[in-house]
Design a protein. Structure first.
Length: 340
């Protein structure tokens, strides 16, 4: 019985055979698969660009059209695999829904009333945003920075409105073709603010008649362009740093390019909500102890507990047997002395 318990304790557990879904997860989350998808997106972008040239289409259409259809078919298979692996989690992912929409648009026949959707095929290039982790970070940072950008935009609008009202009052009679009305001043000041020839064509003629006008235009350009633009950059950079810190705090298994994808460490639950087979989380969320691995672990624990209990019983029984011979002679010797 002891040998049997020892065998149970020492026997290695065979690894469970991977299920079909687990195999699909390994394929979709693998480094090579993701790199192939990125390469196909780039190739498809080149094909869509070449199709805009009639000469190339007429000479190489026999190659470009089948190539384009093959790439779309591969995208459809990829989306199907991801839906099979992630199930409902796929539809809870914004990037997953984005990829699904792009692929569905590619399947719409580009004939009749739907011919306008042919232009939307170029949206397939945007799949790079959901596939390459660094691009996803930039998009996430811009979304995070929207409140700050909106505040800076409101500040810019206030400064811009103050500038066009002052310009209309100051230079309306001097240059009515540029500052005769609020609309004309808005257009002229916008050109000055963006540097689209406004300083030479608009500000300079006004400054010839009124030299102090240069001070007004200088203050307007500095406040609206340099200061506000730097605020935009500061808010965006802060959001990018926040995204980077979050990425360092939460590892990202299954990233493009493997453990350290083409753009950095493993991405967090892949753009598509995928996880590595060794990830502590399942694609549907945190791994529950009631899952297949949890049941196997509990079964092994129960088997080990039974083996240890049986071993303890054997040791207790052995101690009792060893104690019996040790006390018997004393009892016999005591009885003999009593008889004498």
């Amino acid at each position: 019985m002891t040998d049997r318990a020892t065998d149970v304790l020492d026997r290695p557990e065979p690894p469970p055979a991977p299920t079909l879904r687990e195999r699909a997860r390994r394929i979709v989350g693998s480094t090579h698969f993701q790199r192939v998808i990125i390469s196909l997106i780039v190739v498809n972008a080149a094909v869509l660009g070449l199709e805009t040239y009639e000469t190339i289409t007429s000479n190489w259409g026999w190659l470009l059209v089948p190539l384009n259809r093959t790439i779309v078919a591969i995208f459809v298979v990829e989306i199907a695999l991801r839906i099979y692996v992630d199930r409902l989690a796929f539809f809870r992912s914004a990037w997953g829904l984005f990829d699904l929409l792009v692929v569905l648009v590619a399947l719409v026949p580009a004939t009749g009333e739907a011919a306008v959707l042919r232009v939307l095929r170029v949206l397939r290039i945007l799949r790079l945003l959901s596939t390459v982790r660094s691009m996803r970070r930039v998009v996430g940072a811009l979304i995070t920075a929207i409140p700050g950008i909106a505040s800076i935009g409101a500040l810019l609008a206030i400064l811009y409105y103050v500038g066009i009202v002052m310009a209309t009052n100051l230079f309306g009679e001097m240059a009515p073709e540029h500052f005769g009305s609020l609309g004309q001043s808005a257009a002229s000041m916008f050109r000055i603010m963006t540097g689209d020839g406004g300083l030479g064509d608009i500000a300079e003629p006004v400054a010839r008649q009124q030299p102090a006008a240069w001070l007004f235009f200088l203050i307007f350009v500095v406040t609206t362009t340099f200061v506000v633009l730097n605020l935009f950059i500061a808010v965006t950079v802060e959001a990018l740093e926040h995204q980077r810190d979050n990425a360092h705090d939460t590892p990202e298994p299954g990233a493009v390019g493997g453990a350290e994808g083409p753009d950095g460490p493993d991405r967090p639950d892949s753009p598509h909500g995928l996880h590595s087979p060794h990830s502590p989380r399942s694609p549907d969320g945190p791994r529950s102890p009631d899952g297949p691995l949890g049941r196997d672990t509990r079964a092994r624990d129960d088997e080990l507990l039974q083996a240890i209990t049986a071993l303890q019983e054997q040791v207790t029984a052995l101690e009792r047997r060893l104690d019996q011979p040790r006390h018997s002679p004393s009892r016999d010797h005591g009885s003999g002395d009593h008889e004498h």
